[in-house]
Ligand binder design. Structure first.
Ligand SMILES: [Fe+2]
Length: 228
């Protein structure tokens, strides 16, 4: 299993603030049975250009690398890219895809999405070598009309959910139905630290674990990553 959404890379965002915190999080991921972790620090266009962000990510990863022992999960570099108007026209956005793959983890605004925003996402997804994965979709479901979701899926946009969607008794039935219907393609802990937002795969119901492992999207992702 791969944790598709984490804030483990130190000193990049509101996630891990030190190498030791990052290592504690990676050890927790390993204990919980995770074999691969995608590092997805926040990318905010108003803070950095893609080029500056990637330099920071490389620098911070170099600090962590000497401590990555084989018993820890495999590390895959990525980003959680916050949507901005015109994102589909910016060339450098391609460089924020998860390394070795076409996948771009995209964080949408916590609001009703306009038609213009939906079109931006679809145009971005239509770019050659680009597959958009919407981050923690459960946060936005109540704010969008139902048909938006099938429209996005029909256009090839993939969906990621947080483990907390499955561990919360109020939402877990909905989460399981969506996973069974393949309306959720990837799972992530979205962990930020070891206190309030720690790796939480131990709270994922076993049935969800099994279903996610069988997900075609995971196979495709792994195939893309290991072929690269
Ligand atoms: Fe996140």
């Amino acid at each position: 299993m791969i944790d598709f959404h984490t804030h483990i890379l130190p000193c990049m965002d509101d996630g891990s603030q030190s190498i030791s915190e990052s290592l504690s999080m990676l050890r927790a991921e390993a204990r919980q049975g995770i074999e691969g972790v995608v590092l997805t620090p926040h990318f905010y266009a108003h803070e950095n250009s893609p080029a500056v962000f990637l330099k920071r990510r490389e620098h911070n990863f170099r600090q962590l690398k000497p401590y990555l022992w084989p018993e820890l999960p495999e590390i895959i570099l990525g980003a959680e890219v916050q949507y901005f108007e015109g994102i589909c026209t910016v060339e450098g956005v391609c460089d924020l895809r998860i390394e070795g793959t076409d996948y771009l983890l995209l964080e949408m605004p916590f609001s009703h999405w306009s038609n213009h925003m939906i079109e931006d996402v679809i145009t971005l997804n239509d770019r050659r070598g680009m597959t958009v994965v919407l981050a923690h979709i459960e946060r936005y479901m109540a704010m969008q009309p139902k048909e938006i979701w099938s429209h996005l899926r029909n256009c090839g946009v993939l969906m990621q959910s947080n483990v907390s969607f499955f561990s919360n008794w109020k939402t877990q039935h909905k989460a399981m139905s969506m996973l069974s219907r393949r309306e959720i393609n990837f799972l992530g802990s979205d962990c930020h630290n070891m206190k309030l937002r720690q790796p939480n795969w131990d709270q994922l119901p076993e049935k969800a674990w099994t279903l996610a492992q069988k997900s075609a999207a995971y196979y495709d992702f792994q195939a893309a990553f290991y072929e690269a």
